[in-house]
Design a protein around this ligand. Structure first.
Ligand SMILES: O=c1[nH]cnc2c(O)c(F)c(-c3ccc(F)cc3)cc12
Ligand SMILES: [Mg+2]
Length: 214
């Protein structure tokens, strides 16, 4: 036994970051991942692109698929407009437990709802359970095999509206070929690729931004 990597990441936040200061929480996680242990956060380079898309959309309702330790959750939530709210789905209860504490350390717990369970199980219930009409912004960062089935489910559940912005991490590494083909070929999406690098490395990766046209 001993600690897990998410628990060691949380300890680094609690030791290095200032309570209530989301920028210091982001910096503490980036420092941990660069100098202690690599972890699968979207990271600072792709995170800067994420910030610019979130700022442009300024979403009242946002959905994140894949919370992990809450790094991108904090990046998104700190940029939400007044009244904005972020729902983040996490399958792994240990990750969810760490993420809740990271989000609280950043002082963003009032704008974020961490929901435990499988995205495919939860998506059909988001409207009735959280009173969501549709999402303005969706960040896909969970399992590459679920990106395509989950956006099809979001479409079927009427949770996307004309102009909803989807942003997908890891479209090159580990890679989501079926998702990329779908959003780039479909008449229902306008897609753009932002080239970048795999978090904390020099390997190629990028984000795909896709606007739902209805
Ligand atoms: O499973 C994942 N879910 C969400 N995001 C990921 C990620 O950003 C990664 F870099 C990676 C990753 C893990 C190991 C590698 F060697 C390369 C990428 C995985 C995920
Ligand atoms: Mg990722």
């Amino acid at each position: 036994t001993g600690t897990t990597r998410p628990q060691r990441l949380l300890r680094a936040v609690q030791e290095r970051a200032t309570r209530g200061d989301s920028e210091s929480v982001i910096a503490a996680i980036d420092h941990f991942c660069r100098h202690q242990e690599w972890a699968m956060n979207v990271g600072d380079e792709k995170g800067f692109i994420l910030d610019s898309v979130v700022s442009e959309v300024s979403p009242q309702t946002a959905l994140e698929l894949g919370t992990y330790c809450g790094y991108s959750t904090v990046r998104i939530a700190r940029l939400l407009p007044p009244g904005g709210h972020l729902i983040t789905l996490e399958f792994n209860p240990n990750y969810a437990a760490v993420a809740r504490q990271v989000i609280a350390w950043a002082g963003l717990e009032d704008m974020v709802q961490v929901v435990e369970g499988a995205s495919g199980d939860w998506i059909p219930h988001l409207r009735e359970h959280f009173g969501i009409e549709s999402f303005d912004f969706v960040f896909l960062d969970h399992w590459k095999e679920l990106y395509l089935p989950d956006i099809k489910l979001l479409e079927e559940c009427g949770l996307l509206r004309k102009g909803t912005v989807l942003l997908a991490d890891n479209v090159i590494c580990p890679g989501t070929p079926d998702y990329l083909e779908y959003v780039r070929k479909s008449q229902s999406y306008e897609s753009h690729y932002f080239g970048s690098h795999l978090e904390y490395t020099r390997a190629e990766d990028g984000l795909e931004k896709s606007v739902y046209l209805g």
